[in-house]
Design a protein around this ligand. Structure first.
Ligand SMILES: [Mg+2]
Length: 464
């Protein structure tokens, strides 16, 4: 067998299209702040982990011993599900199949036969994972899993697994759902402290991006409107934007809304917009009837933003890092175009471009082809050969998985299928990229064309 020619490298600064998008039609660029414009260093994960861990002891009276548990970088990845009935962290694919080998209790993988015994199936019923649509809610909660789709939830998962491990090792009985809620509430209640610490030492936590100012300047020059809608408070965003773009960052924006409480900002019918007074550092009670440049607003709803600006539908392109709370409603309900910023793409593309990875992926595909072709041959010597090949295939699959992340593999793929996270991302994002400033590689009138995906019945007839 001759190996095929290996594929070219993927551009880590590329912008990838799920749907055709003509930037000439886009008049308004909207942005989320955290992990969209502002990317954090790993020190942010350590900070949130440490604050949350200490809060568990102080406020929730968890055992002092967990104070010694250190954050493990690169343990969890975004997009995993936590089963709060069984206390497991696991990865699902787009068909709701469990990725065996990527199911963890505490810091240890659960053996495949135990997973299959617990779930009785490789496929999880949809009611476990997704709540029924809003209007058909009969009030009964059937979901048993929660997806952690936010980058701020990565240190939460780390804490959850460390504390679980501590309880298991010390034979302490615990309830996984209570533990989950306590960890989540602890870490999230520390966000105001985190904001303050970042404001005091912004370069310790925030990654500088020199291209951001150039990117904004180019949008301005092309006469595009710009707005910011973030859940974070003004003092925190202000400090970060000054660090990233400069003292005059607000000059670039036509509208700035902070403490927006997404996703409710996009779903609620009415909640008044308020004005934030920068000098007094407080919100005002005045009625807001128009949106002025240079004024900071808080709360409100997307309806008011649209009504007061006239910005609607496909002329708006909104960027966020959270496929659900940033992108789902604006695309499904309001017809905005959407861009996802997925920081993990940098590492994922580096891995795809690695020579060894390419060779392994290529060999895996060929080996699978050979197995597929020979499986129906009979006779013991063929079976022995097939068993050997299957064994080699399993080893290769695990190797390919673990180069992305040792425990959970790629954010985007389970062995051959897209992950649950990918499916949602591709559904809600027209384009996606590792960093917002990757757009500098394209003009402001560029059209992104999706690749014509090949369907299973087209493989031999189509130009792959
Ligand atoms: Mg964000």
């Amino acid at each position: 067998m001759h190996p095929k020619k290996l594929p070219q490298d993927v551009n880590p600064k590329g912008v990838f299209a799920c749907n055709e998008l003509d930037l000439k039609e886009v008049q308004v660029y909207g942005f989320d702040y955290d992990y969209t414009l502002a990317c954090y260093k790993p020190s942010m994960d350590y900070l949130l982990y440490n604050l949350g861990r200490d809060m568990l002891i102080k406020k929730y009276k968890y055992p002092e011993g967990i104070g010694n548990l250190e954050y493990r970088e690169n343990f969890a990845v975004r997009g995993l599900h936590y089963d709060f009935e069984k206390g497991l962290l696991l990865k699902l694919d787009s068909f709701l199949q469990i990725q065996l080998g990527a199911v963890y209790r505490g810091l240890h993988p659960v053996p495949d036969d135990e997973v299959l015994r617990m779930y009785k199936n490789r496929i999880i019923p949809i009611a476990y994972v997704e709540a029924p649509p809003k209007h058909s809610n009969d009030g009964v909660r059937r979901t048993k899993m929660i997806q952690l789709a936010d980058l701020f939830s990565v240190p939460e998962m780390g804490l959850l697994c460390n504390v679980t491990e501590y309880f298991l090792r010390n034979h302490i009985d615990y309830h996984p759902e209570i533990l989950f809620r306590d960890v989540k509430n602890s870490v999230q209640s520390c966000h105001p402290i985190m904001h303050q610490l970042v404001v005091e030492n912004v370069s310790e936590y925030l990654e500088q991006n020199k291209d951001l100012r150039r990117f904004f300047g180019r949008l301005r020059k092309a006469d595009k409107k710009m707005f910011l809608v973030t859940n974070s408070p003004f003092h925190f965003v202000n400090k970060g934007m000054q660090f990233l773009v400069g003292e005059n960052w607000k000059d670039y924006f036509d509208v700035v809304i902070v403490q927006a409480r997404k996703p409710r900002f996009f779903t609620e019918e009415s909640r008044p917009l308020r004005i934030y007074d920068e000098v007094k550092q407080t919100q005002l009670w005045d009625r807001v009837t128009k949106l002025d440049k240079g004024v900071i607003y808080l709360e409100g709803t997307v309806k008011q933003l649209q009504d007061m600006t006239g910005w609607r539908g496909h002329q708006v392109l909104y960027f966020g890092d959270h496929p659900y709370s940033d992108l789902a409603d604006v695309t499904l309900e309001h017809g905005w175009r959407t861009g996802a910023i997925i920081k993990e793409l940098t590492h994922e593309i580096e891995t795809l471009n690695d020579q060894k990875f390419k060779e392994n992926a290529n060999w895996l595909q060929m080996l699978t082809g050979v197995i597929e072709e020979h499986q129906d041959y009979e006779g013991p010597e063929v079976q022995d050969e097939l068993d050997e090949w299957m064994k080699e295939r399993d080893e290769l699959r695990n190797e390919i998985k673990s180069v992305f992340n040792k425990q959970f593999g790629s954010v985007f793929r389970t062995y051959h299928n897209p992950t649950y996270f990918s499916r949602r991302l591709f559904r809600f994002a027209d384009i996606y990229m590792s960093s917002i400033t990757n757009l500098l590689e394209y003009s402001t009138s560029h059209t992104f064309y999706p690749r014509r995906g090949v369907m299973p019945h087209e493989y031999t007839s189509y130009f792959v």
